[in-house]
Design a protein around this ligand. Structure first.
Ligand SMILES: Nc1ncnc2c1ncn2[C@@H]1O[C@H](COP(=O)(O)OP(=O)(O)OP(=O)(O)O)[C@@H](O)[C@H]1O
Ligand SMILES: [Mg+2]
Length: 283
């Protein structure tokens, strides 16, 4: 018999304890704008999500889209102001952010999942009052932090075997639209749902130390040290902050991993290999 088939059968057989462990579990996956690569990578990601759902997991996707927003702002020649290296989201920028996230990026993921036989539904935090925001920092304009979460719609979608795909936007109390960091949004949703796992898919293989080595296990204390010494910087700051607040909020474990690696989610959930940096409260 072809040895590939034997390997496939053996892999499936070894996955049984993991499949049992995650039966009925809720797993929130942040799909970073930087993790979204080629159409092939999107297809593999989508197939992993549909497989997860098929074996009894309730997956929730929250996505980013930084590179896609930047490209569209450039195309439309919309110039932004920056404060401390962070873009100020004014009304004109916000229009583009919403169009790109809720339109282009969200629907690309929804379509990719549905093409693999899943039933994904594209939302933003505005739908059914999923997320209501407060302004994060008035200097940064329309950037919000989640305040209230109403998970009613998500629970209805789980019951119907549908997969929510959420763009990181939320409504303000005065009719504003706020842009939310995708990691922050994913963490708030994971904590509200008391998710079993939060996977943050990005474009590096995990959190690196000063020597550039990936740290496979991280404690809250280690994260605080690495942040204070500036080793954790830029886009990794909201990820590790999110990991800490999600764990404090009742999420069992958070993993930061390379979403461009083939079958990253399956490798993490259904094998004993694991991938990336695992963050949990030390036992
Ligand atoms: N200690 C560190 N270890 C690993 N990466 C780090 C570290 N400090 C900073 N980074 C940076 O964080 C980046 C990941 O965050 P980034 O916000 O760019 O991507 P993303 O969140 O996946 O995408 P998006 O923001 O579009 O959703 C890495 O590409 C890396 O350059
Ligand atoms: Mg980011």
């Amino acid at each position: 018999m072809n040895s590939d088939w034997l390997t496939t059968a053996s892999t499936l057989s070894k996955a049984l304890p993991y499949l049992q462990r995650y039966d009925g579990a809720t797993v929130v996956i942040k799909f970073g704008g930087h993790a979204m690569g080629s159409d092939e990578a999107m297809e593999t990601f989508a197939r992993d999500i549909v497989l997860m759902q098929q074996v009894g997991v309730n997956p929730v996707i929250v996505h980013g889209g930084g590179p896609m927003i930047n490209k569209m702002l450039e195309r439309l020649n919309i110039k932004s102001e920056f404060v401390d290296g962070k873009r100020v989201t004014d009304a004109a920028t916000m229009e583009v952010v919403e169009m790109v996230l809720s339109g282009l990026v969200n629907k690309r993921i929804v379509q990719a999942i549905n093409a693999q036989g899943g039933r994904a539904v594209g939302l933003s935090g505005k739908d059914a009052n999923l997320i209501t925001c407060d302004p994060a920092d008035p200097k940064l304009g329309l950037v919000g932090i989640p305040r209230d979460i109403d998970p009613t719609l998500l629970n209805k979608l789980f019951e119907a075997d549908m997969i929510p795909v959420i763009a990181p936007l939320g409504a303000g109390d005065n009719g504003e639209t706020f842009n939310i960091n995708g990691d922050t949004m994913a963490g708030s949703i994971a904590a509200n749902l008391k998710a079993d796992r939060l996977l943050l898919l990005t474009d590096v293989s995990g959190v690196k130390n000063a020597k550039g080595e990936v740290l496979t296990e991280l404690t809250p204390e280690k994260i605080r040290d690495l942040t204070a010494s500036g080793v954790i910087a830029g886009g990794m700051i909201p990820k590790t902050e999110t990991a800490l607040t999600a764990i404090e909020g009742g999420v069992r474990a958070v993993v930061i991993l390379d979403g461009r690696a083939p079958n990253a989610c399956l490798l993490e959930l259904f094998t004993d290999h694991g991938a990336g940096s695992l963050i949990r409260i030390p036992t």
